[in-house]
Design a protein around this ligand. Structure first.
Ligand code: AMP
Length: 401
């Protein structure tokens, strides 16, 4: 069974084509700068090192056609005809309250995703464009939506409802949704595998630390709390996002600095986080380099980032009534040993003991980084949201066929 996985952004389409017989990745690539005359199309396959072309791509439908033409091309293609693709799996950021699992896409699902646009105005419209492009270009191929919010549907009401007037939850569905669910789910499954245990007997904290960052408390395989909220702004410090701050800072800035709503939005989402504190970059690599050369604000940025991770580790261990495993994943979690060390130090009271040597040895693969005597196992696990989407898509196809 061949499954095409698509992750559509406002001006991009990331794709991977899998042969689900053995989960081989046949081809992958990225279309960037959709909407312009100099869009960039990168492409590689299991037998072709790769190409990068600049061409005019006006919209997602044209972007998808360009991808399909390449996948079926004589010289570097991996299939003969588009009809060989059994299904397309889409990453959809926001499923609202409606979708608690992945689902076969029909008109009703499209309408619901559209209804969720006010909840994710930056993400759901391009996700929808990808779905509509597939409907247009490959109308007979079943499509599946895999939601980033779905995994967190198991949060109890006392964890997902904010202490605002209850009517706001009823009328506007203002509540914690949580994001990065596909990644939290994938790495928790991998962690259980690496421990040789069943997921449903473990208490796991997963730390997805990338440019966007969130953590989840996963008890017996179910997410019971997560740090992102109504939007991906809540929780941890991120590349350019502030994470949780006193909401009264919004009123203060608007009243005393005369900032508009959009200006505060921009300040919190684009100018804060690692970038805002360091004044150097949102990229952890630049901040680590500056901290190493003694820059005070860069060091502070790393400390704040790590302190917030530690803060949630304590909170989630308490929420789950114990802790077996911590997983570090995504760009920073997988690669930045300085932040891992800061976040995981002095946690022996919780049963967490890092092995500094394991933590500092960059093996470019998933591994344990806790000491042998650590009661809580700590892993670096390379996330793979695409394979999770492909697996869900296959499962749904298997069910309907
Ligand atoms: P993501 O959003 O998962 O792509 O992660 C992006 C973040 O990961 C950026 O802050 C990068 O600095 C960091 N990152 C990615 N690769 C590396 C690396 N090889 N070494 C250190 N940090 C990295």
């Amino acid at each position: 069974m061949l499954i095409l996985v698509l992750n559509c952004g406002s001006s991009s389409i990331k794709f991977r084509l899998y042969d689900m017989k053995d989960e081989t990745q046949l081809a992958s690539g990225l279309v960037e700068r959709i909407g312009s005359d100099d869009a960039i199309f990168s492409y590689k396959t299991y037998k072709f090192e790769g190409s990068k072309d600049t061409l005019s791509i006006k919209n997602h439908s044209i972007g998808l056609s360009v991808i399909l033409n390449k996948l079926t091309s004589e010289d570097v293609g991996v299939i003969k005809d588009v009809s060989e693709i059994d299904s397309v799996g889409h990453r959809v950021v926001h499923g609202g309250e409606k979708f608690s699992t992945s689902i076969l896409i029909n008109q009703e699902v499209i309408d619901e995703i559209e209804k969720s646009i006010p909840l994710a105005p930056l993400h759901n419209p391009p996700n929808l464009s990808g779905i509509l492009a597939c409907k247009e270009v490959m109308p007979n191929t079943p499509q599946v939506a895999v939601f980033d919010t779905a995994f967190h549907h198991t949060l109890p009401d006392y964890a997902f409802i904010y202490p605002l007037p209850y009517e706001l939850y009823e009328s506007d569905k203002i509540r914690k949704y949580g994001f990065h669910g596909i990644s939290h789910r994938y790495v928790s499954l991998e962690a259980a595998k690496m421990m040789g245990k069943k997921l449903d007997e473990l208490k796991i904290i997963t730390c997805h630390l990338g440019n966007g960052a969130s953590m989840a408390a996963i008890k017996n395989g179910k997410s019971i709390d997560t740090s992102m909220g109504f939007t991906p702004l809540e929780g941890l410090m991120m590349g350019t996002r502030c994470g949780s701050v006193d909401p009264a800072i919004v009123f203060y800035l608007m009243r005393t600095k005369n900032l508009t709503v959009d200006q505060v939005d921009n300040l919190f989402n684009k100018k804060s986080g690692l970038l805002g504190i360091s004044g150097i970059s949102n990229d952890a690599r630049d901040v680590v380099a500056a901290a190493k050369s003694g820059d005070y604000r860069a060091k502070l940025a790393l400390q704040i980032f790590a302190y917030r991770v530690k803060h949630y580790i304590g909170a989630y261990a308490a929420a789950m009534g114990g802790l077996d495993t911590i997983v570090m994943t995504a760009g920073i979690g997988e690669n930045t040993e300085q932040i891992r060390e800061l976040a995981l130090s002095d946690l022996e009271f919780l049963g967490v003991k890092l092995d500094k040597n394991r933590n500092n040895t960059d093996l470019k693969k998933s591994r344990e980084i806790s000491a042998d005597e650590s009661k809580v196992k700590v892993f670096v696990i390379f996330t793979n949201e695409e394979i999770m989407i492909a697996r869900d898509t296959k499962e749904i196809l298997d069910r309907i066929n």
